[in-house]
Design a protein around this ligand. Structure first.
Ligand SMILES: Nc1ncnc2c1ncn2[C@@H]1O[C@H](COP(=O)(O)OP(=O)(O)OP(=O)(O)O)[C@@H](O)[C@H]1O
Length: 315
């Protein structure tokens, strides 16, 4: 068993090398490589079916990969013991259990499992009543889990993931069904965990705004590979590298995509002087980059498939 050193401070708490996942004939993950440092908040993005849940569930030890090497806190997940598992907090995509428990009762009950794993540096479990306030369920404290609304149930899922004060928190689409206030509260909880507790957080989301706001780094998974790895700003610059300039001259509207916006604007004023009004410069957003990147992969993939079929004589 490779349960070596999960108490020591590794530089990288998650390391993924050449990870492969195949379901039947379908290669979903093809040589995925990335690592995550302690205290980092990382968002894993990608279109439906890209393999985000598969990746997260391999890291949690719930799925066995078809190939490659994965280490979480220095341990191969499928070999992780109870004390390794106690360091992880998990919020899966859908979790529909414990219907008869009441909110506070359930969190206190689950919290007791973590008591033996408390340390000088990590209080375990977290205080259930405090946690309920943090996730905004104070009015549902004594309500049965089966009677919670979808968004309230999701808030409880997040609290269940946090009750053990984890070293690493995995969140698979945590904010699905959240109203704007719940989303804002959740972002605050994540920020505090990362800043105060040094918790490492890996989340998947389809909300690019959320990824941009919350994460230190973004990974984009498409066609079984990591196609981008960087901060939201770096990704926006790398892929799009352009800005959109809009302006009005003599009541006529103009719009142009440019690479060097300051220079373009300067030239605009040299040419038209004070007649330029309603000037707007919009830098390429993460969403622009994401769409371009995923579309590019799809097009390349279609092209490769067409060529492969052509070579096999099926086109
Ligand atoms: N147990 C399984 N058996 C067969 N195919 C599977 C299994 N689990 C996942 N898949 C397939 O693997 C691919 C990746 O699934 P996964 O759930 O990891 O994607 P995802 O990126 O999380 O998608 P989404 O954004 O829709 O949640 C999908 O095409 C899915 O149909």
């Amino acid at each position: 068993m490779t349960t070596k050193g999960h108490s020591q401070k590794e530089a990288h708490v998650i390391e993924v090398h050449q990870l492969k996942m195949r379901y039947g004939p379908k290669d979903v993950l093809k040589d995925v490589n990335f690592s995550i440092k302690r205290g980092e908040v990382l968002a894993l993005l990608g279109p439906n079916g890209a393999g985000k849940t598969s990746t997260i569930e391999i890291l949690e030890g719930f799925r066995i990969p078809s190939g490659g090497d994965v280490q979480v806190l220095g341990v191969t997940p499928k070999e992780g013991d109870e004390s390794w598992r106690a360091q992880l907090g998990i919020v899966m995509q859908s979790w529909r259990d414990h219907p008869k428990w009441r909110v506070l009762e359930l969190l206190e009950h689950l919290g007791r499992y973590y008591e033996p794993y408390a340390s000088e540096t990590r209080m375990r479990p977290m205080d259930a009543a405090d946690l309920i306030v943090k996730v905004g369920l104070q009015e549902q404290v004594n309500q049965k889990v089966s009677s919670l609304s979808g968004g309230q149930r999701r808030r409880l899922d997040v609290a269940i993931g946090l009750i053990g004060n984890p070293e690493i928190l995995f969140l698979d689409e945590p904010t699905t069904g959240f109203d704007p206030q719940a989303r804002r509260d959740f972002h605050e909880v994540i920020r505090r965990l990362s800043e105060i507790e040094d918790t490492t957080i890996l989340l998947t989301t389809h909300d690019l705004h959320e990824a941009e706001k919350l994460s230190d780094r973004i990974l984009i998974l498409a066609d079984g590979r990591i196609v981008a790895n960087g901060s939201a700003e770096q990704l926006a610059e790398k892929v799009a590298g352009t800005s959109e300039v809009r302006w009005v001259v003599n009541n006529e509207r103009f719009q142009q995509e440019v690479i060097d916006a300051p220079r373009f604007v300067q030239e605009l004023f040299v040419k038209h002087g004070d007649t330029v009004t309603d000037l707007e410069v919009r830098k390429a957003s993460l969403e622009d980059s994401y769409i371009k990147m995923v579309q590019h992969i799809k097009t390349t993939d279609r092209l490769e498939n067409t060529l492969a079929n052509f070579e096999e004589g099926t086109e």
